[in-house]
Every structure is written in C-alpha cells, then in structure tokens.
Design a protein around this ligand. Structure first.
Ligand code: SF4
Ligand code: SF4
Length: 418
C-alpha cells in the first residue's frame, strides 16, 4: 500500500482574525499600498490556495506570494500569535513542487548547491573588488547597484585581513569553551575579514576557536525559495561535518544562523536537533562574556537589525551589547532600523524593483538622520551589501560594517591583541 501524500499544513495561520495590525510592519505593503502585498492579504491568498479556490499557477497569487520578503516583520506585531513564517514556507514548498523555480532562480540556487561552483565565482568577484572598479562604477542603475553591492563587501580598513583565510594557529587556553566557526559561502569568500574579526574578538573574550573542514552553504537560500530537498541535503552535510566539533557553533551571518538553529525542525533527526541547540550568533557568545571593553572609537553608529536575527532568532540585545563595549561609540536606532532592507536571500536578484523600493524607505531614514551616522552596523552579508549599495547610490558617505568589525577595531586601539 502506498502512503498518501500529506496535505500542506497551514494551521499556523489559524489564529488570524484579520485585524490588520500587521500591515504597517510589512515593508512590501508600505512600498505598494496594495492589501495583497500585506500579511493579511497573503494569508487570504494562502487559505484560498489551501482550499483549492485558487490554482497554484494563478498569476496574481504567484505575484503577491513571491513578493513576500520572508522577513517575518509581521510576526512580532501580531496580537494573535499567527505563525506567518511557517505558512509562507508551506506555500513556497507547495508552489515550488508544483511549478519549480524560474530559470533565474534555478541558476542562482544551482550555484550555491556546489562548493566547486560558488567558490570560484566569488573568488573572481573578490579579484574584481580588489581592482577598485566596483567602487568607481557603483551607482543607482541595475549594473551600478550590483557594483555597489560588491564594493560594500570590502573590508572597511586596510587591516581587514585576507578574505577566506583559515585560522593559522590554535587559540586561547585549552580549558576555554570551544567554538567552531561556521564559514558559509558568501561569508567565507567575500567576508573573510569578518571571520577574522569574529575569531579575534571571541578569543579576546576567552573562547577557543576551532576550524572544521567539510562545511557547505547552509541551505537558507534554497529553503527560503521552497527548495526543501536542496536545503535538507546541504543541512545534512553540515550536520555531519560539525557533529561533536565544539561546545558552540558560531555564526556571523544572521540568515545562516536562523536556518542552522532550525536544522532540527528541517531534518527531524536527533543529530540535527543536537547541533541546532549549540548554534549561536557571534553577538550572543560575545554578550555572554560582557564583552570586555576595548579602546575608544568616537563614531556615530546606527545599528540596523537583520530580520533573521531579530525576528527569526529573536536576538535583540546582544548586538547592542557588542557595540556598547566600544567606548566613545554613540549608538542610535533609526526609525527604519527594524525594517527589512530588501535583500532577503536571493530576493534582490529575482525582484530588484521591489527590493529597491523597500530599501529606499530605509535609505531615506539615514539621509534624514540628524546627526547623520558615520557608520551603519548590521550582522548579515546580504544586508551589508544591500544597504551599502543603497547608500552609495544615494551619494551618502556612510560606511556599513558588521558589529564585530567595530569591536575588533576597538580592541586593536586598546592593544588587546598585543
Ligand atoms: S496576521 Fe495577526 S496582525 Fe495580521 S491580520 Fe492576522 S491576526 Fe491581525
Ligand atoms: S514576511 Fe515581511 S514581507 Fe512578508 S508579509 Fe510578513 S512583513 Fe510582509
């Protein structure tokens, strides 16, 4: 007897009472003003899909569900506790199974499936970045914006370290808690300087950082797109590679961290659940130790919360504690600091116009800030590149860095690294 396929589970949407409190929290609704681009409107569409009243190939349904950033900004403001994220994930998996990805999405997701494809591709991008051309060619058009994204991935200082560099030596006392660095794909190739800052700041706070070979892309881009099989395959490889590696698995990319923490749910195995329980964002591990204060950095810094850190992982205070350990740093939260930047995995590649419309709302708040920040700090590669490109396109001379880069620079000034 063959097992009957299980029906897609939309029960997390059951508590919705259609009050509309979520509408002002939704970046796509704010950008278009269209109810169908709001959480409430999308819930109505998903329910109609569930009941078979709308087909999985309905153009309007696809347009409005595809336009969702998956930022989860609608969840914390919902008084009924609707699990919007689980609902849209169910819809995406249902639609992916039915129609497959678009050719562009298939190509991008295919690149991230294989280390031997994305690593050379991002290595070439890093060489291009090193020529300085992306900085010169950055602008507001589509090509210029892409150049701005690449330029924004560069180390903020010449001392940023060699991208992708592996740790050269064992660190800290043998009895210190051990931390395995999750390297990822974009982080490992374009943000090696953030990995280096992560290692140094963790060591300065009493952790011993260890290297683990055999890691692959976390699978978040695939999961986000509804390609569950690819996400599961990548997750299984990481669970195998990282099993028993250290007391903690540290992640400095909010999007990767959110999925690694959900590996237990994704794979449903004991090993995946055990691993997920050891995953921490770098800010959480640092905040657990204070972190120790560094030297003075007299900067106006606007913190911008990545959606997958604040909403998916519910990490709010730890990044502020990291920045609070830098004497002289004046920390600010601008009105748009909790709103999505429009990056959202591969969303900005697939839907560049909506991504830019969402980003523009945030860029406006930087432009209008008084005093204007010197630096924006945010802990996710997509946000770093998207916001950085947006600032360049708007002609705003504001640097974008990961919070650990500021703590790292502060430790250098205090000569903590010797
Ligand atoms: S998702 Fe929550 S906030 Fe939005 S309409 Fe439904 S009950 Fe109201
Ligand atoms: S996940 Fe983000 S874009 Fe999607 S409905 Fe919720 S708030 Fe809007």
């Amino acid at each position: 007897m063959t097992a009957r396929p299980t029906a897609p589970d939309y029960s997390s949407l059951d508590p919705c009472v259609h009050c509309g409190f979520c509408l002002p929290a939704c970046p796509t609704y704010l950008a278009t003003g269209d109810e169908s681009d709001s959480p409430r409107g999308r819930i109505v569409l998903m329910r109609a899909l569930e009941r078979g009243e709308i087909g999985a190939d309905d153009a309007a349904l696809l347009q409005h569900l595809d336009a969702c950033l998956g930022c989860l900004g609608c969840e914390p403001v919902c008084p009924s506790g609707v699990g919007y994220g689980r609902g849209i994930q169910t819809a995406r998996e249902q639609l992916f199974a039915r129609r497959g990805p678009s050719p562009l999405a298939a190509a991008v997701l295919g690149v991230f499936r294989r280390d031997r494809v994305w690593r050379p591709a991002f290595t070439v991008a890093r060489w291009l970045r090193a020529t300085g051309l992306p900085r010169v060619l950055a602008g507001g058009g589509r090509a210029g914006f892409g150049m701005g994204m690449l330029a924004a991935s560069a180390p903020a200082t010449a001392r940023g370290g060699a991208p992708g560099r592996r740790l050269a030596r064992p660190s800290a006392a043998a009895a210190a808690p051990t931390v395995a660095l999750f390297r990822g794909c974009v982080m490992d190739t374009l943000f090696g300087h953030v990995h280096d800052a992560t290692r140094r700041t963790l060591e300065a706070n009493g952790y011993r950082v260890v290297e683990v070979e055999g890691q692959v892309c976390c699978g978040a881009l695939h999961e986000h797109a509804g390609d569950r099989a690819a996400a599961e395959s990548l997750a299984r490889s990481n669970v195998e590679a990282l099993a028993g590696s250290a007391d903690w698995i540290v992640v400095n990319s909010a999007g990767c961290g959110a999925l690694l923490k959900a590996y237990g749910h994704l794979l449903g195995t004991e090993a995946a659940t055990e691993l997920a329980g050891r995953v921490r964002d770098v800010s959480e591990l640092l905040a657990d130790r204070g972190p120790r204060p560094g030297g003075e950095l007299p900067l106006e810094v606007a913190y911008d919360a990545p959606c997958h850190l604040q909403h998916a992982q519910r990490v709010h205070a730890a990044p502020l504690a990291v920045l609070g350990a830098v004497p002289g740093l004046r920390l600010r939260l601008l009105p748009s600091s909790d709103k999505c930047c429009g990056s959202a995995g591969i969303y900005s590649v697939l839907r560049p116009d909506m991504a830019r419309a969402v980003l523009d709302l945030k860029i406006q708040s930087f432009a209008q800030a008084d005093p204007r920040p010197d630096v924006v700090a945010t802990g996710n590669p997509g946000c770093l590149m998207q916001i950085g490109a947006g600032l360049r396109a708007a002609g705003l001379a504001i640097r974008v860095v990961h919070p650990v880069e500021l703590l790292d620079e502060s430790y250098r000034r205090a000569k903590i690294y010797g």
